[in-house]
Ligand binder design. Sequence first.
Ligand SMILES: [Zn+2]
Length: 400
Amino acid sequence: MAYFKADYIYLISQPPLKNGIVQTTSEGEVIRLFNEEQSEAVEPSEVSYYRGVIVPGFVNSHCHLELSHLQGKIPEKTGLAAFIKEIQKIRECPVEIIEEETLRWQENMLSNGIVAMGDVCNGTHSITAKQKYLLHCHNFIELFSFNPAKAEESLQLGKTLLQQFKALENKDPHKFFTSSISPHAPYSTSAALIKKIAYLPESSAFTVFIHNQESQAEDEMYLHGEGDFITMLHDFNISTKRWEKQEQSSLLSVASWLHQQTKMLWVHNTFSKEHEVLQTMNKVPNSYWCLCPSANLYIENTLPNFSIFKTIPDRVCLGTDSLASNHQLSILDEMKVINNTYAIDFETLLKWATINGAKALGFDSVIGSIEPGKTPGLNLLVGLTDELYFNNHVTVKKLI
Ligand SMILES: [Zn+2]
């Protein structure tokens, strides 16, 4: 048994406890919560007291561990089309190096208070390192295929890869390890393939993700049939002869191709407009919105319109994207980027960093909030102001 006391404990599912105590087993399962009055009954010598606030472990809802060897290799602020061309040029690397970096960055995330991740997989390079089961993990098996005639072939390749990841499920009873097939982006995946993925029986149970409106070029392609992505596809020798511009933006087009029950994680949303997000919530109600602001600054030097997402605060989560487009994999740093540019209260920001990501990945029965029966991990945040304002000086220490 262990007793953790802090100036405040942010439970997430209930109001914070001032001078409260959280009691856990040695494995980190929350047993009981004590408010200030009740905490006097606990033997003081058994209590570890911390100045600061205790919060649940963070969730990184979107990363690409298999790109961890690309840290610092791609120039910043060149735009998404140039970024993708560069990544295709330099992503090949001996598998041993990718495995080593994948393990190192999982350990890094863990030590920075992250307990779960939604990790994108194009192949099996991350499988060896994931067998350490350091974090709860949902693997997004990512498919690209712009040619609608190849949709079925691409789906079958995805299913083969999916089976390799599914074979690792339930090897550690204490960690979630789930997997699903997902399309890469509206500009790289045909409508035929997106529909096939959405209508897979498991796509209502497990989350499907897509990179959404990360660049203005995506809607230039969808609405006007031109722009940087059309040029990029031609540069990759991909024919756009069968491509027809759409009547709606990429977000609304993709939403119209999904099943109403699809559990969807829209990632980036940098150029999404409010009416598009709200219409999508009507069409695909089980939608979550993952923001990766550091990657948006790295690639496009812009940020999403955060005010849209404050109107749906229970559906927003945070991700780091990959080390090809970020200097670190830190949810605390993503919170700082948002807080630096937009007035947002600390409790909402914390929900985005914890329970909402846990819900988006399907892990909220165990993590995301401090509640008896859960094993959420406990982080100590130090450096908030006396009025509990989040700021750039806040640091995180993993307690359990
Ligand atoms: Zn990504």
